[in-house]
Ligand binder design. Structure first.
Ligand code: FE2
Length: 362
């Protein structure tokens, strides 16, 4: 159903499928596909919208052949289908429903790469979007085996450490990842801006003893705080802490909150990285508050009830949403130093773009 309820110079009220929408005249003008406004091939604007005549107004509006036809006072004529208007109305509101989880409620999302096809790729990306992670079994056990999947998604992010990197115990470790030490749960590289969106962690060989991955859902924990510890939640979403990585060739710094909210006050990112946080200088009261809130946040991040343990076998690859899921590793014993993982990052927009394209074509 598409029906005009009323209109004046500057706005129009429509009934679309029994829902009332009040639309601004210039908003409609700007989303128009009229070729005086928009290039038909790229769909990009060819007029300077900030210079549209202040006195632009609707001269006449009618419904014709199930479409909205508007005549503006600059003598231009614009046709809008119901679908086009609805698409524009929801464009900025698309959010996938996230399934928040803890150890008890999660069913490990798992895929077998031997059966890989485009439908499975969509399901893999949907799982990462919904749960913040998934496990892919039977990836090729070779040095750059990660690419066998990521080549179907988009480029691996290059950082100052290069592209796909070793995760292996070495003598002169530049990061504690490269030791046999246990790693407390964390998100990767919050000192980068933007922080890398996704982690691909591929096991070529694991150690006999220990070396399992632990993961917890930062969005679940943030939600728990929001419900049960409002003051802590407020502090963690407003206090800007500081993360830094520095060596001879790099100085990476980021000022940010541990829990970030989007425009609609929904949690959009969590950060926690004990190894690289440098608490900024603030007054006694603010630091007291932050220290207390962070203490609670950490106790939930490490809590056994919130952590899923996954010991990856040769060929297993984890994909982690680095804006949501915190990961760590139990310590390990590996007398022959055989434990060998490879890790690659991907920017947020690259994976999201692939997911949206696959959705549109499915
Ligand atoms: Fe990490």
């Amino acid at each position: 159903m598409l029906e005009i309820l009323k209109y004046n110079n500057k706005s129009i009220s429509l009934n679309i499928n029994h829902q009332k929408y009040n639309l601004h005249a210039q908003w409609l003008y700007e989303i128009s596909k009229n070729t005086l406004i928009r290039d038909p091939y790229t769909n990009q604007l060819i007029i300077e919208v900030a210079e549209i005549n202040k006195n632009l107004f609707i001269k006449q509006a009618i419904i014709k052949n199930n479409a909205l036809l508007i005549y503006f006072n600059d003598n231009s004529e614009h046709i809008f289908s119901k679908k086009q208007i609805l698409n524009q109305l929801v464009k900025h509101n698309i959010k996938t429903e996230k399934k928040l989880w803890n150890k008890k409620t999660i069913n490990l999302p798992k895929f077998n790469f031997k059966k890989f096809n485009q439908q499975m790729l969509l399901e893999i990306l949907e799982a990462v979007e919904r749960f913040g992670f998934c496990l892919i079994k039977n990836m090729p056990v070779k040095k750059n085996g990660i690419n066998e999947l990521t080549n179907h998604i988009g480029p691996i992010k290059n950082t100052n450490w290069g592209g796909i990197a070793d995760v292996k115990s070495i003598k002169k470790a530049y990061d504690l990842t490269m030791t046999t030490r246990a790693l407390e749960n964390h998100t990767d590289n919050p000192y980068r801006f933007p922080t890398q969106g996704y982690i691909f962690l591929h096991c070529l060989e694991n150690s006999k003893f220990g070396g399992a991955n632990t993961i917890s859902d930062g969005f679940y924990i943030a939600e728990y705080l929001k419900k049960n510890f409002k003051d802590y939640f407020h502090t963690l979403t407003t206090f800007h802490t500081f993360f830094e990585y520095q060596d001879e060739n790099a100085c990476l710094q980021n000022n940010c909150t541990l829990i970030e909210l989007d425009n609609e006050k929904s949690v959009s990112q969590v950060r926690y990285n004990n190894r690289t946080e440098i608490m900024p200088f603030k007054n006694q009261k603010d630091l007291d508050k932050y220290i207390e809130a962070r203490r609670k946040f950490w106790s939930l991040i490490k809590s056994k009830t919130n952590n899923l343990e996954i010991k990856q076998q040769s060929g297993d690859m984890l994909i982690l949403d680095n804006y949501r899921v915190l990961h760590g590793r139990t310590g390990y014993k590996d007398t022959e130093n055989k434990r060998y993982f490879r890790q690659g990052y991907m920017d947020r927009d690259i994976l999201q773009s692939k997911l949206k394209t696959l959705r549109a074509n499915s």
